[in-house]
Design a protein around this ligand. Structure first.
Ligand code: ZN
Length: 454
């Protein structure tokens, strides 16, 4: 058993924390699966709370049922506002693989189970409670505080943050900072506890690549079969090696974490931060860590969906593969496309369907420092490290408005639970005491950043 224990909440009352828990369980029980359901119930629940608290809010939607809600606490100051940002959609689930139903919000052995428990209904409630409490406690604000809960992050943000940023930017006017998901979770190296704070994220580019062939009857077995052309390409894609190019943030993360390692391990781990020694270091990492560090230091290209013949006796005239590319903050979408084009056969066509980001390092400013200061009040020997998200979040849209987004959504997990496995995984759950601590720490960070003395 680990010696790491969950910190205690410091500021909020039992009543306030119980309220957070009540709201959390309520929205955890609501089905907001993307694409099978929608966000309406959760957004209407939040709206009903705002109504009760006499907080004006605005709901906007690109398509029926795909609701986004934004509310604002105004200050008299011209300082850049703080956005408390979350998405309320979740990924689907396979119920047969879960210990408790994904909509049960069931408590078991110190955890609360539910789809969205860490991605990211916890953060929606952290944001909601911070927002409500600032108002109830009549905190004199030094900047506007904006609450936003978005739809559709899990499928690429089109009906959510992208829609709000493009069609309703006024709702986010004056906002300079945001607190968003993926960060604030502990990572254990040897006997040391690290907390990651996301300060940048990789870009994404989704492609469709189409291969022509000779449509014919299955009995003719032509070699000019689109499926063969597609599979030749997949073989080349598998062997495509883009060079390692760790960003400044990733290099800093690797260096900070390596400090805790014994000399030889430290030397090897630091090779990850170099372009020449990266692949050597990746090969000696424990298997379960390789993919994550590879993704953090390379542009990646993953074939996902394949479209081809629909009939067993028809050789298709065309076959297509979709490729999900995630490119590093120092790569551009044009460069990523060129990499792919270099292995494309002449008669294939490449279509860039959608892209976003990257979000380049927002840097370590006073806000980052304030987060580490509050966090180390609770966990004195914790070390905060900046971190590059290899996926994407709403940050890739908010960034377009010049908003500096930090990923900070504090949770506690003991070392025996692999936090990243729970993201989109079976049995997604949150440490109950860790949720209460997260609510408290999140509020303290927001209050301290938004009060008049700052
Ligand atoms: Zn998420």
């Amino acid at each position: 058993m680990s010696t790491f224990t969950c910190p205690e909440p410091k500021l909020l009352s039992k009543k306030e924390l119980n309220e957070a828990l009540k709201h959390f369980k309520a929205i955890l029980k609501m089905d907001s699966r993307n694409p099978d359901s929608n966000e309406k119930k959760v957004i209407e629940y939040i709206a009903s709370i705002f109504k009760k608290e006499k907080i004006p809010y605005k709901i906007v939607q690109k398509e029926k049922g795909r609701l986004n809600i934004v509310a604002r606490l105004k200050s008299k100051s011209q300082n850049q506002g703080l956005l408390l940002s979350s998405h309320v959609d979740t990924v689907p689930w396979d119920e047969s693989k879960w210990k408790h139903h994904p909509l049960s919000a069931k408590e078991d052995d110190g955890y609360i189970y539910g789809r969205g428990a860490i991605d990211m209904k916890n953060h929606t409630i952290y944001s909601l409670m911070a927002f409500l409490l600032l108002k109830r406690k009549k905190i004199k604000l030094n900047r506007d505080v904006v609450f936003a809960a978005f739809a559709d992050e899990e499928a690429g943000c089109e009906y959510g943050s992208q829609f709000v940023v493009e069609k309703h930017p006024k709702l986010l006017e004056g906002v300079g900072y945001a607190l968003n998901e993926v960060g604030g979770f502990p990572v254990y190296v040897e006997d040391k506890q690290f907390f990651f704070i996301q300060t940048e994220e990789k870009g994404f580019a989704w492609y469709k690549i189409t291969f022509p062939g000779k449509e014919s009857h299955g009995s003719l077995a032509t070699k000019d079969n689109a499926n063969y052309h597609l599979s030749d390409f997949l073989f080349d894609l598998k062997n495509l090696s883009s060079p390692a190019n760790p960003s400044k943030v990733t290099r800093e993360m690797i260096y900070s974490m390596s400090e805790e390692l014994p000399a030889i391990k430290k030397f090897i781990f630091r090779l990850l931060a170099t372009s020449w020694g990266n692949s050597l270091a990746i090969n000696v990492l424990p298997a379960e860590k390789r993919e994550a560090f590879y993704a953090m230091t390379h542009d990646t290209f993953a074939p996902t969906v394949i479209e081809s013949s629909k009939k067993i006796n028809v050789v298709p005239g065309e076959a297509a593969v979709y490729v999900d590319c995630r490119f590093l903050p120092d790569t551009s979408v044009e460069e990523a496309t060129e990499t792919l084009k270099a292995i494309l056969p002449e008669n294939a066509t490449l279509q860039l369907i959608r892209h976003g980001g990257p979000v380049t390092d927002v840097g370590r400013g006073p806000f980052y420092d304030l987060i580490t200061e509050e966090l180390t009040k609770d966990v004195p020997d914790a070390q905060c490290v900046p971190y590059t998200l290899v996926g994407f979040s709403d940050a890739n849209q908010l960034y377009k408005l010049g908003i500096q987004v930090l990923g900070f959504s504090p949770v506690f997990f003991p070392p025996e639970v692999n936090f990243s496995d729970l993201f989109h995984g079976h049995n997604e759950r949150i440490h109950k005491k860790g949720f209460l601590w997260g609510t408290d720490l999140f509020y303290r960070v927001v209050q301290s950043f938004c009060t008049e003395t700052n």
